[in-house]
Design a protein around this ligand. Structure first.
Ligand SMILES: *[C@@H]1O[C@H](CO)[C@@H](O)[C@H](O)[C@H]1NC(C)=O
Ligand SMILES: *[C@@H]1O[C@H](CO)[C@@H](O)[C@H](O)[C@H]1NC(C)=O
Ligand SMILES: *[C@@H]1O[C@H](CO)[C@@H](O)[C@H](O)[C@H]1NC(C)=O
Ligand SMILES: *[C@@H]1O[C@H](CO)[C@@H](O)[C@H](O)[C@H]1NC(C)=O
Ligand SMILES: *[C@@H]1O[C@H](CO)[C@@H](O)[C@H](O)[C@H]1NC(C)=O
Ligand SMILES: *[C@@H]1O[C@H](CO)[C@@H](O)[C@H](O)[C@H]1NC(C)=O
Ligand SMILES: *[C@@H]1O[C@H](CO)[C@@H](O)[C@H](O)[C@H]1NC(C)=O
Ligand SMILES: *[C@@H]1O[C@H](CO)[C@@H](O)[C@H](O)[C@H]1NC(C)=O
Length: 795
C-alpha cells in the first residue's frame, strides 16, 4: 500500500487524466493587516480544507469525543464570525471538518488547533493533458466497443445469479445524462427504502429525471474560482460520468454501437444496481473540497459501493493527510462502503499508480479481445500496423500520394509547426489529395490537426507518436491512424522512394478471430515518498477491461457525431476510468449476494479469484510482449462469477488500517481523532516498519528490503465462507527460482462456517544476491474453491 492520489482517468498517457494541480498562489502582502477587509475574505484568500477526522461526528459519546465536537463547533464558528461567507462546505456526516476561504496565516494557525488533523489547499484534480480540452473531448469522446462490452460481459460475467438489484452504487464523476436508455428503470423494483439521497434540481434537471434506476443525483460547485463554464446541474456536459455509470450499472441495451462500430449489447457490470451520481468534476477538473462533500453526502445517503474514476497525476500525488480521496474513502470504508478507484493512466512507467491507500480497491486496465486496427499499406505490399477507428469515407482502399507534413511546410513556417500539421504552417497545394504524415507534439490536438489537413484538401492523416498505446482514437473528419515513430521512419524512407503512394486500411477485429489482445496496461506500483520507502502493498489490486469500451454518452455531443448524423448515444473510451466501474459493478453484485460482508471481504473475494490468463488462456503479456507481472495487473483480471463464492476471505480490519496510519507517521492522538473505531487498547507499534505493514491482513502479499541474507515471514488470517461448515483447505505455492516459500501450516482445517484461521508464509532466499523483484503466489484449495494470493518481493 502506498500513498495515493486523485483525477478523472480516461485514456492513457496523453488522453484524459485529471490530476491534482496544487496551485501555489503567492500570498500578496495586501492580505495582511488589510483592515478595511476585516471580517470578509479577501482576494488573496484561497480555499483550504480543514480535516478533523471522524471522532467529532461519532455517535458514541465519551468525554474525549464531546470535547472534540466542541473543538469543531468552536473552530467553525470562529471562522464564521470572523469571515461571513468564507465557509464553502461543512463536513458532518461521515467525518468532520470544513472547507473555507482562508489566508495562509489563518490556515497555519487553524492547523495548530486541537482536533485538527490536517489543513491543506483545496486540490484540483485536473485533466492531465498537454493538449487542449478540445483534444480531450474528442479523445475521451472515443468510443466504446459494444462488441467489446458484450464480450467483456461474456468473459467477465457469464454467470450472474444475482443482478445486484438491491445495491446502490455511488459514482463521483462529471454528472449523468439521465435520458440515456441505459438508465431506464423498466425492469427495476422500487427504490430501496434505506435510500436517503436526493435528486437535485436545476434548470435542466429535476426530480423527474431520476427514477428507480438513477435514484439520486447531486452536484457540487466550487467551480466559480476555476473559471470553468460548468453548469450548476447534475447533468453530464462531458460524457465521462454517463459512460462510467453505464459501465457500472447500465441496463442491458441490445444493438448499441457507435455508428455501427463495436455493435453489441451495452450492459453494466451490475445491471440491477441503482445509480447515485455525485457530480464533482467539470471541464476544469475535480475539486478536493467537492469530492469530500460528495463522500460526506454519499455516506449519509446510504450507498453500498463508491466508484471513483479520478485521481491526481502520479507526479503530483499528495501526502495521505492531504489526499481527499484517501480521506473520504477511509471514512466510507469505516462505515461499510466499498470504495473502488482507478489506478491512473501513468503506465507503462514505473511507480505511477495512484489511489493506493490500503482501504481502497485500486483498479488497473486490461485490453479486451478486440482491436481497431488501421493499417497503412505501402506500395509493394508492405503493411504498417496502426490504430484508429474507421469512419472512412474513402471507398475500397483507394491509393493516394503520401506527404510528410514537414516537406509541405510554407516557406516561413516554423519547422516544428509544420511537422505537427499546425494551422498556417503547410501549403495547400502540397497537401491536396494526399495522405499526410504528421508528428504529434506540444499542444496540438489530433482532431485539430486532422481539421487542418482537411481544410487544405488532404484526404487522410497518419500520426507518428512515441508511444502509440493500445487505445484507438475516434477521428470523424478524415480517416486517420496512429503508428509508432519507428514505423514512421519506414514511411519516411518510403516517401523518399519513387512510388510514394499509400492507403489506410481499417479493420475491426471481430469475435471470430483469435485476437488475444487482452494484456494489461502496465501500472507499476508507486514506491513511497521519502518517508515511506518500501513496497508494502501490491498495487494495483486488480485489473479490468479499460480499452475501447462502449458505454452511454451525453446525448447532444455533436463533436463526436459523424457528418450529417445525429449525435451518438454511445461512445468508445479508454483508460483506467473505464476499468474501475467494471469492478464497482462486480463489487455491488458481491455485496448483493453477501449483504453482511465488509468492504475488505468484498475486495478479498475479487482479488483472490482473479484470472492471470487472457481470453485465449495464455498468461498475460505486456504491451511489449514480455510476461506480465503483478506490478502490471495486481492479482490479475477480475472475473465475475469467482468473487460471488470465493471460499475464503481475508478481512482487513480497522486495526490494520490504523497500523498503516502509525506507519505513515501519525501519532496515537491523531489516529484517535481520525478514526471513530480505535480499540481502547490500541497503540502504535514501536517498530512500525515495512515488515510490520507486510502483516496487514491483505489478500495480496508484498515484502520489501529482501536482501538474500535473511528470511521474512508474514502472517495472514482467513475466514471460511465456503458455506459447507467443516472443510479442509491445502496450500500450494508458486515460487520463482531464487526463493523458497513455506506455508505453515500447509492445511487449514475448518470446523464451521465463518471460522477464522491463521497461517504464516516464510520467504527464504536461495541466492545471496537476488537481482530483481520476484513474483509468485500462495493458493488455498479445498477441491471446490481456489483462493489465490499473489506476492511480490521487492529487493
Ligand atoms: C421537470 O422538467 C421537465 C422538462 O423540463 C418538465 O416537463 C417537468 O414538469 C419538470 N418536473 C418537475 C417536477 O419540475
Ligand atoms: C452553485 O453556485 C451558485 C453561484 O455561486 C450558487 O447560487 C448555488 O447555490 C451553488 N449551488 C450549490 C449546489 O452549491
Ligand atoms: C529523405 O530525403 C531527404 C532529402 O532528399 C533527406 O534529407 C532525408 O534524410 C531522407 N529521409 C529518409 C528517412 O531517408
Ligand atoms: C470502414 O468501415 C465501413 C463501415 O464498416 C466499411 O464499409 C468500409 O469499408 C471501411 N473502410 C475501410 C477503408 O476499411
Ligand atoms: C448539451 O447539453 C448541455 C446541458 O444541457 C448544454 O449545456 C450544452 O450546451 C449542450 N450542447 C449542445 C451542443 O447542444
Ligand atoms: C510474443 O511472444 C510470443 C512468445 O514469446 C511469440 O510467440 C509471439 O509471436 C510474440 N508476439 C508478438 C506480437 O511479438
Ligand atoms: C518525512 O520526512 C521528513 C524529513 O525527510 C520529515 O520532516 C517529516 O516530518 C516526515 N513526515 C512524516 C509523516 O514522517
Ligand atoms: C515469523 O515471525 C514471527 C514474528 O517475528 C515469529 O514469532 C515466528 O516464529 C516466525 N516464524 C517462522 C517460521 O520463522
Amino acid at each position: 500500500m502506498r500513498i495515493k492520489n486523485i483525477s478523472v482517468f480516461t485514456s492513457f498517457g496523453t488522453f484524459l487524466v485529471l490530476l491534482i494541480i496544487v496551485s501555489f498562489h503567492v500570498q500578496t502582502k495586501a492580505a495582511d493587516g488589510d483592515d478595511q477587509n476585516a471580517g470578509r475574505w479577501s482576494r488573496s484568500d484561497r480555499v483550504y480544507i480543514v480535516y478533523m477526522g471522524s471522532a467529532a461526528v461519532s455517535s458514541t459519546s465519551s468525554d474525549d469525543l464531546s470535547s472534540l465536537k466542541d473543538d469543531h463547533a468552536q473552530l467553525l464558528s470562529s471562522v464564521r464570525t470572523r469571515k461571513p461567507n468564507a465557509v464553502v462546505y461543512t463536513y458532518k456526516h461521515g467525518f468532520s471538518g470544513f472547507a473555507a476561504r482562508l489566508s495562509n496565516e489563518e490556515a497555519r494557525s487553524i492547523a495548530e488547533k486541537p482536533g485538527v488533523v490536517s489543513v491543506f489547499p483545496d486540490p484540483l484534480l485536473k485533466l492531465h493533458t498537454t493538449h487542449s480540452w478540445d483534444f480531450l473531448k474528442y479523445q475521451t469522446a472515443l468510443k466504446i466497443d459494444s462488441n467489446l462490452n458484450s464480450k467483456t460481459t461474456d468473459r467477465v460475467s457469464s454467470v450472474t445469479t444475482t443482478d445486484g438489484s438491491d445495491t446502490i452504487i455511488g459514482i463521483l464523476d462529471t454528472g449523468i445524462w439521465p435520458e440515456s436508455e441505459s438508465f431506464n428503470d423498466k425492469d427495476t423494483g422500487p427504490v430501496p427504502s434505506r435510500w436517503k439521497g436526493t435528486c437535485m434540481k436545476s434548470h435542466d434537471f429535476n426530480s423527474s429525471n431520476c427514477n428507480r434506476k438513477l435514484i439520486g443525483a447531486r452536484f457540487y460547485n466550487t467551480s466559480e474560482s476555476d473559471g470553468t463554464t460548468e453548469i450548476d446541474s447534475p447533468r453530464d456536459t462531458l460524457g465521462h460520468g454517463s459512460h462510467v455509470a453505464g459501465t457500472a450499472a447500465g441496463t442491458a441495451i441490445p444493438g448499441a454501437s457507435y455508428y455501427g462500430v463495436a455493435a453489441g449489447t451495452a450492459i453494466g457490470g451490475s445491471p440491477g444496481s441503482r445509480i447515485a451520481m455525485y457530480k464533482v468534476c467539470s471541464d476544469g477538473g475535480c475539486r478536493g473540497s467537492d469530492i469530500l462533500a460528495a463522500f460526506d453526502d454519499a455516506i449519509a445517503d446510504g450507498v453500498d459501493v463508491l466508484s471513483l474514476s479520478l485521481g491526481s497525476a502520479s507526479w503530483s500525488a499528495p501526502e495521505l493527510s492531504n489526499d481527499p480521496i484517501a480521506i473520504g474513502a477511509f471514512h466510507a470504508v469505516e462505515q461499510g462502503i466499498a470504495v473502488v478507484c482507478s489506478a491512473g493512466n501513468g503506465g507503462p512507467y514505473p511507480e505511477t499508480v495512484v489511489n493506493v491507500a490500503p482501504w481502497i480497491l485500486t483498479v488497473g486496465a486490461t485490453t479486451i479481445d478486440r482491436d481497431f486496427e488501421s493499417d497503412v499499406l505501402l506500395g509493394g505490399g508492405k503493411v504498417i500496423k496502426g490504430r484508429g477507428i474507421n469512419f472512412s469515407k474513402l471507398e475500397k482502399l483507394p491509393v493516394y500520394p503520401l506527404v510528410y507534413a514537414l516537406s509541405a511546410g510554407t516557406h516561413d513556417a516554423n519547422e516544428l509547426s509544420a511537422r505537427n500539421c499546425e494551422v498556417n504552417s503547410m501549403e495547400a497545394e502540397k497537401i491536396k489529395g494526399k495522405i499526410v504524415l504528421c508528428d504529434t507534439g506540444g499542444d496540438s490536438s489530433r482532431n485539430g490537426q486532422i481539421d487542418t489537413v482537411k481544410s487544405l484538401g488532404g484526404v487522410g492523416v497518419i500520426f507518428q507518436v512515441e508511444h502509440p498505446g493500445v487505445a484507438a482514437g475516434t477521428y470523424v473528419a478524415l480517416p486517420a491512424t496512429i503508428i509508432s515513430v519507428k514505423d514512421g521512419q519506414e514511411i519516411l524512407s518510403y516517401i523518399n522512394s519513387t512510388s510514394q503512394r499509400t492507403c489506410i486500411r481499417h479493420k475491426e477485429h471481430s469475435q471470430g478471430k483469435p485476437a488475444g489482445f487482452s494484456f494489461p496496461i502496465p501500472n507499476f506500483p508507486r514506491k513511497e515518498n521519502t518517508n515511506i520507502s518500501n513496497v508494502v502493498c501490491l498495487q494495483p489490486d486488480i485489473a479490468a477491461p479499460g480499452v475501447n469500451i462502449l458505454a452511454p454518452w451525453k446525448g447532444n455531443d455533436t463533436s463526436v457525431a459523424l457528418e450529417g448524423q445525429d449525435p451518438p448515444r454511445f461512445n468508445i473510451l479508454s483508460g483506467t476510468s473505464m476499468a474501475c466501474p467494471h469492478v464497482s459493478g462486480i463489487a455491488a453484485t458481491v455485496k448483493s449476494q453477501n449483504p453482511t460482508w465488509s468492504p475488505s471481504a468484498i475486495r478479498s473475494a475479487i482479488i483472490t479469484t482473479a484470472s492471470q490468463t487472457n481470453n485465449l488462456g495464455i498468461p498475460f503479456t505486456t504491451e511489449k510482449n514480455s510476461t506480465a507481472t503483478p506490478y502490471d495487473y495486481g492479482a490479475g483480471e477480475v472475473t465475475t462469477t469467482g468473487p460471488l463464492q470465493p471460499g475464503l476471505v481475508y478481512e482487513t480490519e480497522t486495526v490494520d488500517y490504523l497500523n498503516y496510519l502509525c506507519y505513515y507517521g501519525y501519532d496515537l492522538s491523531k489516529i484517535k481523532t481520525i478514526s471513530r473505531t480505535v480499540p481502547k487498547e490500541f497503540t502504535c507499534p514501536k517498530d512500525s516498519n515495512a515488515d510490520y505493514i507486510s502483516n496487514i491482513n491483505y489478500p495480496s502479499i508484498a515484502i520489501s528490503n529482501f536482501n538474500g541474507k535473511e528470511s521474512k515471514n508474514v502472517t495472514r488470517k482467513v475466514t471460511n465462507v465456503a458455506g459447507d461448515g467443516e472443510t479442509v483447505f491445502s496450500a500450494t505455492v508458486d515460487a520463482p527460482s531464487g526463493l523458497t516459500v513455506k506455508v505453515i501450516p500447509e492445511k487449514l482445517q475448518f470446523s464451521k462456517n465463518n471460522q477464522k484461521l491463521s497461517y504464516q508464509v516464510v520467504f527464504s532466499p536461495t541466492t545471496s544476491s537476488p537481482k530483481e523483484d520476484m513474483f509468485g503466489s500462495v493458493t488455498w484449495t479445498n477441491g471446490k474453491y481456489r483462493v489465490r494470493s499473489p506476492f511480490v518481493i521487492d529487493i
